[in-house]
Design a protein around this ligand. Sequence first.
Ligand SMILES: Cc1ncc(COP(=O)(O)O)c(C=O)c1O
Length: 400
Amino acid sequence: MLALSERVGRTELAATFAMAAKARALRAAGHEVISLSLGEPDFPTPEHVIEAGFAAARRGETKYPPLGGIEPLRVAVAENFARAHGVNINPANVLVTNGGKQAIFNVVMALAQHGDEVIIPAPSWAGYEQTVKFAGAEPVFAPCAQADGFVLRPEVLESAISSRTRLLILNYPNNPSGAAMDEAALRALAGVLRHYPHVAVLSDDIYEHLLFDGRKHVTLLGVAPDLADRVVTMSGVSKTYAMTGWRIGWCFGPAELMKACTVVQATATSGVSSVGQAAALAALTGPQDLLAGRAAAYQARRDIVVAALNQAPFLLCHKPDGAFYVFPDISGCLGKTTQAGRKLATDEDFALALLEEAHVGVVQGAAFAMSPHIRISTAAAPAVLQQACARIAEFCAALR
Ligand SMILES: Cc1ncc(COP(=O)(O)O)c(C=O)c1O
């Protein structure tokens, strides 16, 4: 038996992967499963982006790429941010990463270690908790209730901060709740942060272009540029341009921290796929009109799912401001028994029973540090979502 590192023992694969694998197994066994467990756009990567990746390979851009990313992509990231938020970024402080996920890994590994705390507003994407634990630090969840619109309140932030806090992670629009921040709410958080100069902030803006009802993305650095010496912002092309497989993300922040992040990345993977970077550059600098169309499509899907779930017995579904998830409260279902005789004690019981009895794959709220909820991805065709919601409603109606 191999002796594995203690570090690996602290971390486990996200429940989203486990639920997706279970859905695949049921499908292989001949069941017609609707899997809404993964956070992946169902749209294709735009054609001109694919062409740009192909052209780069044909041009011979197939050698080791520069460690921090190709210059034009770093410039494009900086220019886009300046245009959107009025804050100038030095392209030398932009680091291109293997997907948004590596940006988060770099930052957490560069800042946090044993004895440190990292504040994660809950509900949250499971990747943060895993990365923080992998780094040997301690996740501290700051609860963001459904009644507060799943948004971090300043007093909740303040009570979560200790002398050991190294980092706060913000993610709006949020996975899994779809909640977004408005400028006033973000300014209130900045007000708290000004009293605690030992706390760095990672702003995960990966869903920045998926906002509904005319909302505009606001980000911490945009409303509080005076905090620039301790705010790092990350994003990527995965969700915005339906490029999850290309694995291109980035982060930018204070020079010293970005140097440390570069060391982490150099240790793990070095530079990022050259064809992927060429494709990402085309995505950022090419036509942007598809973004509004896709956001509108996700908004229409949200409306279908929220309306359908709120008609289902025992479910309480909020209305997300962005991203492509809904995160209904399922507390009304707990303590009940399914048609097949399963007793539902937790949201994990609910998600498993829903998959096995109604053949709809979702993920339990426990995987996002908030129970009892389920996360449903709305990145599927409207007809598929309607069918999934009908199955969920039928499943709930049969609970006794
Ligand atoms: C909130 C959040 N941050 C980061 C990521 C990672 O994105 P990428 O696929 O670019 O690594 C995800 C992906 O699910 C996410 O939901």
